[in-house]
Design a protein around this ligand. Sequence first.
Ligand SMILES: Cc1cc2nc3c(=O)[nH]c(=O)nc-3n(C[C@H](O)[C@H](O)[C@H](O)COP(=O)(O)OP(=O)(O)OC[C@H]3O[C@@H](n4cnc5c(N)ncnc54)[C@H](O)[C@@H]3O)c2cc1C
Length: 434
Amino acid sequence: MKRALYWFREDLRLLDNPALTAMVEQADEAIFAFVIPNSDQWSRSEDRMGLHRSRFMMESLMDLDRDLQERGNQLMLLHGNPAESIVKTAKQWECEAVFSQSCHTEEELQSTKDVAVLIPHHTVEGVTLIHPDDLPFSVEDLPEIFSRFRNKVEKRGLDIREELPIPHLPPPPAGVSRSPITLELPERLVGLPDNTMSFTGGAKDGWERLQHYFWGSQSLSEYKQTRNGMLGWDYSSKFSPWLAWGCLSARSIYYAIRRYEEDEGANDSTYWLIFELLWRDYFRFVSMQHGKQIWRATGLKEAPRNPVSHHPLQWKAWCTGNTRSAFVNANMHELRLTGFMSNRGRQNVASYAVHDLGLDWRACAAWFEHWLIDYDPCSNTGNWLYVSGIGNDPRPQRKFDVDWQAERYDPMGAFQSHWNRLGEVFPLDPNKVP
Ligand SMILES: Cc1cc2nc3c(=O)[nH]c(=O)nc-3n(C[C@H](O)[C@H](O)[C@H](O)COP(=O)(O)OP(=O)(O)OC[C@H]3O[C@@H](n4cnc5c(N)ncnc54)[C@H](O)[C@@H]3O)c2cc1C
């Protein structure tokens, strides 16, 4: 094939990128593009992204562009309707086909189809640790409960495909301007303590984080004991933003864990990180299995599990961190001020929202989408459904006693006083809550 367009979507990387490798094997020349949608109809539009995620995306795009420039090509940044922008650019540069990593959620699938109507569009799986074709069952027959999924997968032995090297990239067609991308990054909040977590997008920083968490601090060897922590950088891997944007692949992380185990020894903790990556896979497969159903008010069930009042005052209190629970409030401040919240925090604020305040899980999930740097449509929705009791969970209720949880996971109140104080310094105007 003379020329192809590669469309970067949830895969902002060159290493271990199966769709990119497939394109490179076929095309003599290539255009590389990413679209920032111009309407809130699409999940990567700026209207649906808070400043933290938007900044992380821009940093990731500039890092990707640097990687492409070093290899003689470059990234084209397009703005508009994703499918229309891709088709228009592909036709303008006389590309014979478009290649991209497979996406699995409604809006993304629609854009995939819209492109395919007008130009050959080859999609290749690359998000999950286990390739969907390597599961011991078809995605339609995915077990309804995570533990059954995990048992079946583990029983057969984890069969993970090889990590793909960065391929030799084809050049751009003559006439493509080769100026590097410069984006105006949204400012970080000024005035937060120096030790506040702040993520930088791009594969380079993702690998630095991995190097630190594995060989630098060797925190991986204690992950199983520390993963329920709430304050600081190293209680958990913090890989989620780089995974969500595809700067790191789950497979690359898997093979790095195996290398670490050879160097430092395997234990329950090194395995537990792989176990968590299986949760990520599971929610992806659930989305593939159920399609649009995952967005319904009743989720994967026929009826809701608890009454939904969605009172506007309760909603604003939850979003702004002004509920009766100091523990919930602290987590909500952390989310808004940093773009991150621990897994323990997420479970608690989600349970409190749905089971104590009667909020609509879909509005809460959209609030998470806005603020989380690591927003992933499948992991976010899957977890919200799970906590709400309308997803893949055999238990009818997954209600957390947030006071008990605060005692257990923040016994000295250090986390709560830290974030509640900062919440007072940087309050959110309730009128800015949708
Ligand atoms: C209500 C709610 C919403 C969530 N929304 C998201 C989201 O939008 N994006 C997202 O990546 N995660 C989401 N999670 C899952 C989890 O909280 C985060 O993945 C985790 O806190 C990220 O921190 P980490 O990278 O340090 O995780 P670690 O504990 O170090 O785990 C390593 C990786 O495993 C995966 N993982 C771990 N736990 C889960 C889980 N429960 N579900 C899916 N994957 C998991 C993530 O990719 C994570 O980076 C949500 C959880 C809840 C309860």
